[in-house]
Design a protein around this ligand. Structure first.
Ligand code: SAM
Length: 208
């Protein structure tokens, strides 16, 4: 038994302040105690879909956490990648991996300290999920991407339905093109437990 947070605690979050507190406690054990132990593969799927859609750098990884998605992108030859996250403790773990060009704290729900049209791409894995970030954050994602830039992010499928992501994407339709929605497992086939079969919808589109 450990006192480390787990997925049930993460899904029970309600506010950005809750996220800061939980991820401050989870940062040190996240990679081994959560990602490896649960067979988490979502970051790899987001990176692969971004690459398949011919996404290019510079990329911003939103809710980058300990840097798993950035490492997967870099492994596919997509660079440079910057990281932002609400949790300075998660970013500190990333810093040790030297995957990212720049790392900065920020709350995607309240706006990032980034000029409009900065990035050629945005990725995000595991952050648009229950208790975390809802559809409102897509406005800020759209703001920081250049026209012609590619956005690829995972949205937990239950969260997608409950929080109205379909309506938000319809609302954004005049400003986006080439939208695809790909349903993927969040965990590998050997994973067991309550959330083993949870899925995410990876939304990918170009900003007009
Ligand atoms: C489940 S982790 C995913 C981390 C990483 N992307 C991955 O795939 O392993 C969710 C991340 O979202 C971050 N987060 C939660 N709310 C946020 C917000 N409002 N703005 C930016 N990051 C946020 C958390 O600090 C945490 O690092």
């Amino acid at each position: 038994m450990t006192d480390d947070p787990d997925l049930n605690a993460a899904y029970a979050l309600q506010t950005p302040e809750d996220s800061k507190q939980l991820y401050a406690r989870w940062a040190a054990s996240y990679d081994v105690g959560f990602a490896s132990a649960t067979g988490y593969i979502l970051h790899m799927q987001v990176a692969s879909l971004f690459a398949e859609h011919r996404g290019t750098g510079p990329v911003l990884d939103v809710g980058a956490g300990t840097g798993l998605c950035g490492a997967a992108l870099t492994a596919q030859g997509i660079t440079p990648v910057d990281a932002t996250d609400i949790s300075p403790e998660m970013l500190e773990i990333e810093r040790g991996k030297s995957v990212y060009r720049n790392l900065f704290t920020g709350d995607i729900l309240h706006g990032l300290d980034v000029p409009r049209d900065t990035y050629a791409g945005v990725v995000s894995s595991g952050t648009f999920t229950t208790g975390h970030v809802g559809p409102k954050a897509l406005d800020e994602v759209m703001r920081v991407v250049r026209p012609g830039g590619r956005i690829t992010l995972s949205i937990n499928t239950e969260h997608y339905a409950v929080q109205g992501f379909a309506a938000k994407l319809s609302f954004l339709e005049p400003d986006i093109q080439d939208l695809t929605l790909t349903d993927v497992p969040i965990y590998g086939p050997d994973t067991t437990g309550d959330h083993a079969k949870d899925r995410a919808r990876v939304a990918s589109w170009i900003k007009r």
